[in-house]
Design a binder for this molecule. Structure first.
Ligand SMILES: Cc1cc2nc3c(=O)[nH]c(=O)nc-3n(C[C@H](O)[C@H](O)[C@H](O)COP(=O)(O)O)c2cc1C
Length: 192
């Protein structure tokens, strides 16, 4: 079964992001066609990108422990779901920095997006699709947009329950089915 990592892109102290990430992990965890793992960018603090060798040329040679830990974590997976907000019409700087440290670990793997915010982070997700193309990844057509009608109650709830996002279960299921198809197909192709 493919290992799918859910990347929690917001590192803010008071972030909303862990709520939608918990929902994604819960729903993916119920499926029998994948294994799921949460990857929190907070657990991988990296300096602003300052590597001498661009990752695309460095292969799996890492100059320091933090980069090795981050890249090693990402290397394990067969596919990814990025859970992202939108900051000033773009995706978070911490996510950009983290992605720029990677190359071979992501290559020829599929990636999908769950966005939240005023437009469901539509502009951030659109930008991330360009990043995926440059990193030689397959960006899945289906995405999930958590719009204010669901986000605001989930944000304000003192005790968040993943069921608050249940109206989007169908969309997430479509995303997961497509992601697994690509993850399985590309895994076979990579191994060949
Ligand atoms: C620096 C900053 C910029 C923001 N810019 C946008 C934006 O362009 N579009 C939008 O829909 N929401 C924007 N927001 C509101 C975020 O959607 C909202 O704060 C959300 O909770 C951020 O995700 P997080 O709490 O997981 O970090 C912005 C928030 C911050 C902190």
């Amino acid at each position: 079964m493919p290992l799918i990592q859910v990347l929690l892109a917001s590192t803010r102290t008071a972030r909303f992001g862990e709520r939608p990430a918990a929902w994604v992990v819960d729903r993916l965890g119920r499926r029998e066609d994948l294994d799921v793992e949460l990857v929190d960018l907070r657990d991988h603090p990296l300096p602003f990108y300052d590597l001498v060798k661009p990752p695309a040329h460095a292969g799996r040679e890492y100059p320091d422990e933090a980069t090795a830990a981050w890249a090693g974590t990402i290397d394990r997976a067969d596919g990814y779901v990025i859970v992202t907000p939108e900051y000033n019409h773009g995706y978070p700087a911490a996510l950009k920095n983290a992605l720029d440290h990677l190359s071979i670990e992501l290559k020829r793997k599929p990636i999908a997006y769950v966005g939240y915010g005023g437009t469901g982070a539509a502009r951030a997700v659109s930008q991330l699709r360009g990043v995926a193309a440059e990193q030689d990844m397959a960006a899945i057509r289906s995405s999930v947009a958590i719009l204010p009608e669901l986000m605001v109650p989930a944000l304000r709830a003192e005790a968040f329950d993943v069921e608050m996002l249940a109206p989007l279960d169908g969309r997430l299921d479509t995303l997961a089915t497509d992601l697994v198809w690509w993850a399985d197909a590309l895994k076979v192709a990579r191994e060949a």
